[in-house]
Structure formats: C-alpha cells, structure tokens
Design a protein around this ligand. Structure first.
Ligand code: LHQ
Length: 255
C-alpha cells in the first residue's frame, strides 16, 4: 500500500490505493508510519517525499472500512493518525508532502503536516470532515489556523469548500505549485536541492521551529543558543565556512 523508492538521497513514499484516491485504512497508516521511521534511520536518506499514486493524494479515512470497526474514534486516532503526524513532525529530516491531487479530511491534514508542501496545479485541499459531521483531526485544527487564521480556518472547516492551488499558494498552504505534467520530476528536483543542503543544520532548524511555535520568545532564544552549539560543533559548519573562504560551493554530503 506504500511504494518506497530512493534516488539521490531522496526517499519517496507513494500512497498506493489509487482506485480509492489513496483513502487511508489502518494498513496504509501503519505502513506509512513504519516507512517514515525507516527513512529516519537510514543514513543514505536526506529528504523524504510523501505523494500519492494516480489522480488523488489522499481522500482521508477509507469510509468503506469504518463501519464494524471495534475501536472507538479516540482509540483509532491515537493508534493510527496521531502517531503518523507526530512521526512526520519529529523526524529529523525534511518531509515534503507532494500533493498530486485531492487531499481531503485526514488527507488534508497529512498534506499540511509536511515541512515543505509542493502542489500540482490540480491539487485541492478539502477540510471535508464536517460533510460527515466529524471534526477536523490529524492536526488540521493545529496547522490550518496558524496558516490562514482562525476565521478562514473555521470557514473552510464549516463549509468544506476546496482550496485550489492558486489560493493554496497565496494563503501559505503550499510553498510551490508545479504543472501536473512535470510534477514528479519537479518534486524530485526540488527534493535533490534540499538534499544538498546541510542535513544536520536542517534537522536542528526543524527542531528549533517546532519548539518556537509553542514557546515564548524567551524560551526560543534559550533553545536557539543550545541548538546552535550542536550545529556549530558539526563538521558541516566547518565545511560551510571553509567553502566560503575558498570561494567554492560547499559539499555537505561529505562530512
Ligand atoms: C473513497 C474515499 C474514501 C473510500 C473517495 N473512502 N472510498 C478519522 C478517523 C476515524 C474515522 C473517520 O475519519 C477520520 C478522518 C477523516 O479523514 S474523515 C474524512 C473522510 N473522507 C471523506 O469524507 C472524503 C470522501 N470523498 C470525497 O468526498 C470525494 O471522493 C473527494 C472530494 C475526495 C474526491 O471527489 P472526486 O474527485 O469526485 O472522486 P470520487 O468521489 O469519484 O472518488 C473516486 C473513487 O474513490 C470513488 O470510488 P468509485 O468506486 O465510485 O470509483 C470513491 O468512492 C472513492 N473514494 N474517497 N474516503
């Protein structure tokens, strides 16, 4: 249910239930979380990409399998979606969510959970939950108001209207939009660019930003001072400074 490929330091995880627009069942959610943990542990992997096979990114919970389930909603979220979102946010490598088509419900939350969000022109994000009279979960209530403010977040959640690529880019739901025809190649090129950046510094940057998002300025300054020590002590830093002095491009894959 999740295809795994690696090229030039980029590990691509492709949700693979295209006839269901990659709607998530437990098997897919566990496989994706396991694959992310494996990518985190693999020293050959510098950047992780999550994308979807076919015309959808992820249509959220597979509604075909929900009746007859023996877990409560709370137990289900705590067992499947929440560990997935936490794994993405805690992974000490950049995670790109490459939204190739519709991202709905928990699939929208997944799309927003990446460090970098790249959309195809035909991508759309739908906080669809209220259409089946549920509340937004899998992190949507945390991510979306931080991006678009409380009021637009509430409106998107209440009306379940799609956000198209143009608004997604303008409103900060994605960093780049690429043509459908070249999307995967464009994502790979972007990911390789990121993979050439200093991996340790990016991991610490992610940690510092995650911390700062829920802290005071005072605590963020202390955290920066502590993490800067880890960055400065790493051979990457010496390589960056040496490259600057020698007027050449740094090679961060070497140290
Ligand atoms: C699907 C699905 C789907 C199964 C499309 N399941 N088959 C967490 C924990 C516990 C419980 C519940 O929820 C959650 C969080 C959630 O994620 S709740 C939100 C669940 N997702 C939805 O409600 C989305 C349902 N899907 C849609 O509204 C539409 O399919 C969207 C807007 C995503 C796409 O519309 P279209 O582009 O028009 O495609 P389509 O509707 O024709 O779908 C294509 C096929 O995929 C179709 O099957 P068929 O056999 O007719 O070709 C759909 O039934 C199937 N599919 N989403 N979530």
């Amino acid at each position: 249910v999740v295809l795994v490929e690696t090229a030039s330091g980029v590990r691509t995880l492709t949700l693979n239930r295209p006839d269901r627009l990659n709607a998530a069942n437990d098997e897919l959610l566990y496989a994706l979380t396991d694959a992310l943990e494996a990518a985190g542990a693999d020293t050959d992997v510098r950047v992780v990409v999550i994308t979807g096979a076919g015309r959808g990114f992820c249509a959220g919970q597979d509604l075909g399998g929900v009746s007859g389930r023996n877990m409560s909603f709370t137990e289900h979220l705590n067992a499947t979606y929440n560990p997935l979102i936490r794994t993405i946010r805690m992974l000490d490598k950049p995670v790109i969510t490459a939204v190739n088509g519709v991202a709905a419900g928990a699939g929208a939350s997944l799309a927003l959970a990446g460090d970098i969000r790249l959309w195809a022109q035909s991508a759309r994000l739908i906080e669809v939950f209220s259409t089946i009279a549920l509340i937004p979960d899998s992190g949507s209530t945390w991510f979306l108001p931080r991006l678009v403010g409380y009021h637009r977040a509430f409106e998107l959640m209440a009306l379940a209207e799609p956000v198209l690529a143009e608004e997604g880019l303008r409103a900060g739901l994605c960093e780049r939009v690429y043509p459908d025809e070249t999307f995967l190649a464009d994502v790979q090129a972007y990911a390789e660019r990121l993979a050439a950046r200093p991996a340790n510094a990016l991991a610490l940057t992610k940690r510092a930003l995650n911390f700062a998002l829920t802290s005071t300025l005072d605590a963020a300054l202390d955290q920066e001072a502590a993490l800067q020590q880890l960055a400065g002590d790493h051979p990457e830093h010496a390589e960056g400074v040496a490259a600057f002095k020698e007027k050449r491009a740094p090679d961060f894959r070497r140290p």
